[in-house]
Design a protein. Structure first.
Length: 663
């Protein structure tokens, strides 16, 4: 046997090689960790055993994963996606479990025994159905984000289903151990576990938010990043321990802890702090899962493995497609949603492990299921990459919907010529738009964040929901009539792809690209960028010019120096000595300035009152769009009317208070 140090070195080396290799195929690290466990486990190389210490650390990784999901749990997000979450998502999980139980009852006992060796009753079918109902949040969200499809029609449905699956894990973690109680006592055990969970949740959600908020603010005032990180770890593990002491799963407590912290202003910083611990320990969990896979048993039952691969994947695709259609999705959207969600998920491994420890499933059954789920993760990216092509071939309606979307873009950009086309309407894009508006330069923006587009359009901004990387969208937005294109989203792969498309359809169009660092200057220039603005270099140049001015250097010489450096393509500013303050940095007490819109109705407290009479709690109104769609400059004597759209500017608390006062 290897020593602890040798085992750690073997695991680290295998992890680096496997992750690098699989990332080339677009596969998530969890697949690499599973394969490491399989190869180095006791049933193969025998270097890594399924020891208790590794399993305990892996369980903490799952705890941190549930904590992260709790951080993402937003009542506003849940409300906006409620049909997809509680409609499509609940139907998919519920029917998957019911179908698994029904199949076990209807199918002949000999057939069940063939692909579920050792047999299983309805309790095991619930556990297996719950495990197979899960899809991979890590894999799907990664590809959705990279392909900029999260805000698309199928992306919203996929996200809603994934969110419900993550939420459904909580009751399943309570139900599966309760079902393991022998005889007729399982119902009593289930009821007792549910009552405990209900009481604990009521107490935590009633008193937790205020206590958690006050405590985190107290820690944040110390202005110590180390202390803040330790406090995050303490909160996560404390809530997990609390639910564990109540006889419930630790994951439930971690999820509640994430929910409570999500309601504070420290949500984003907490997520960044917890991510390294979560990813490393979760990787260890999947390694421990992989060590359970016996390749000898799997190869001996390869046909059963293929059956358990094909039936759940095809069955989940058909089920999701049918449910999406039932919830009024178009055929193309339903096909995409089914393809994206057909694979197994990380929580499926968690539930399967729990079912084994609860003795609801036999060892051979788990071997076949583990192998099938791992194979589904391996092949899923191949089908996802072809989802759009499959949907277009299978659905004639898809072409009609795409042409209608392009017609909408074209109608809004109609009549614009010699305008600036803005790809990405985030903070950089909006800042650019404000400067262009001041100088009365026409512009037109494309963005893929549906909420941002809706709010900006309400405020009168010329922005549409469209993917700037698509050739048809650029044509509809008038790329041939544009004076220039500005790429503001700062994503190197996306910028390179957009440059290639633009150079094909409008080779003479000047293109300005925002870059996060100066390392990408040459690649973007070679791809066809007319000018590249690296954020770090430009900020350094501004700092240098101000420092020179304060040092007494004449203004003309400062301007000449900065001009020379820009003309030299920032060469003097390229390269730097890396230090600790080059990281993202603490954001514990930051409070960004926000822009939000408020639409007045007939019952609004502000309707019929002059603007100067209102107490906006420190926020200010930057513009008003009346019911006719005209933008009105805010004036103290202006009387607000129902259907007016007010654009508020202020910090988070100021804007929230102003919204409440206006309504």
């Amino acid at each position: 046997m290897l020593s602890s140090l040798e085992l750690a070195l073997a695991l680290l080396a295998a992890a680096v090689v496997a992750v690098v290799g699989l990332r080339a195929f677009g596969l998530p690290p969890l697949v690499a960790y599973l394969l490491i466990g399989v190869v180095l486990g006791p049933h193969a190389a025998g270097l890594a055993g399924n020891d208790k210490a590794t399993h305990a650390l892996g369980e903490i990784g799952v705890v941190f994963l549930m904590f992260s999901i709790g951080l993402e749990f937003s009542l506003d997000k849940l409300k906006s996606l409620r049909q997809h979450v509680f409609g499509l998502g609940s139907a998919q999980v519920g029917l998957s479990i019911l179908i698994a139980v029904a199949a076990l009852i209807v199918l002949p006992a000999a057939l069940v025994q063939w692909f579920l060796p050792g047999g299983s009753d309805w309790r095991g079918a619930i556990a297996l159905g719950g495990a197979l109902a899960m899809s991979s949040t890590a894999l799907v969200m990664k590809i959705l984000t990279e392909r900029r499809e999260l805000e698309s029609a199928h992306g919203q449905r996929i996200f809603g289903v994934l969110l419900f699956q993550d939420l459904a894990v909580i009751p399943l973690l309570i139900v599966i151990p309760a079902l393991a109680v022998g005889g007729n006592n399982w119902l009593w055990a289930l009821g007792l576990a549910g009552l405990k969970a209900l009481c604990l949740l009521v107490l935590l959600l009633r008193f937790g938010p205020s206590i958690t908020g006050h405590w985190f603010r107290l820690v944040a005032r110390q202005k110590s990043h180390e202390l803040f990180t330790l406090n995050v770890l303490l909160a996560t593990l404390f809530f997990a321990w609390l639910t564990g002491q109540a006889g419930l799963s630790m994951e439930l407590g971690a999820f509640v802890a994430g929910m409570l912290i999500a309601e504070t202003e420290f949500r984003d910083q907490v997520e960044e702090d917890i991510k390294p611990f979560r990813d490393v320990l979760l990787g260890l969990f999947f390694v421990s899962i992989g060590t359970q896979l016996d390749l000898g048993v799997v190869l001996g039952g390869w046909l059963q493995v293929l059956v358990l691969l094909a039936i759940p994947v095809l069955g989940k695709f058909v089920l999701v497609w049918a449910l999406a259609r039932a919830f009024k999705a178009s055929n193309g959207v339903a096909i995409r949603t089914g393809i994206w969600l057909a694979q197994a998920g990380e929580f499926g491994f968690v539930l399967l492990t729990l079912a084994v420890s609860s003795r609801l499933l036999g060892d051979a059954t788990v071997q076949y299921a583990l192998a099938a789920m791992l194979l589904s993760l391996l092949i899923s990216p191949l089908f996802i990459m072809q989802a759009n092509r499959i949907a277009l071939r299978a659905s004639s309606q898809e072409w009609l919907e795409r042409s209608m979307q392009l017609q909408t873009i074209a109608s809004k950009s109609f009549g614009r010529s010699k305008h600036i086309l803005i790809a990405g309407f985030g903070r950089s894009g909006q800042a650019l738009a404000h400067v262009l508006a001041i100088e009365k330069v026409p512009y037109f923006a494309l963005d893929l964040d549906a909420d941002r587009v809706r709010l900006a359009a309400q405020a009168g901004e010329p922005v549409v929901y469209a993917d700037a990387l698509k050739r048809d969208a650029l044509m509809a937005a008038g790329v041939h009539r544009a004076k220039a294109l500005v790429i503001t989203f700062g994503d190197l792969p996306g910028s390179l792809k957009l440059l290639r498309v633009v150079r094909e359809i409008a080779p003479g169009l000047p293109v300005v690209v925002r870059s996060q660092t100066d390392a990408d200057l040459d690649r973007l220039r070679e791809a066809g960028a007319t000018e590249v603005i690296p954020e770090i270099s430009e900020a350094s140049l501004m700092l240098a010019s101000h420092a020179l001015a304060l040092a007494g250097v004449p203004a003309a010489q400062v301007l000449r120096r900065t001009r020379d450096i820009r003309e030299d393509r920032y060469r003097m500013l390229q390269g730097f000595f890396h230090g600790a303050d080059d990281e993202t940095g603490d954001q514990i007490e930051t409070d960004p300035m926000l822009l939000v819109t408020v639409t007045l109705d007939a019952h609004s407290a502000a309707a019929g009152r002059p603007l100067g009479d209102l107490d906006l709690k420190g926020a200010r109104i930057t513009s008003i769009v009346n019911r006719k769609g005209k933008t009105v400059e805010p004036d103290a004597s202006h009387v607000l009317q129902a259907a007016d759209v007010l654009v508020l500017q202020g910090h988070r608390e100021q804007v929230s208070a102003a919204q409440a006062a206006l309504r």
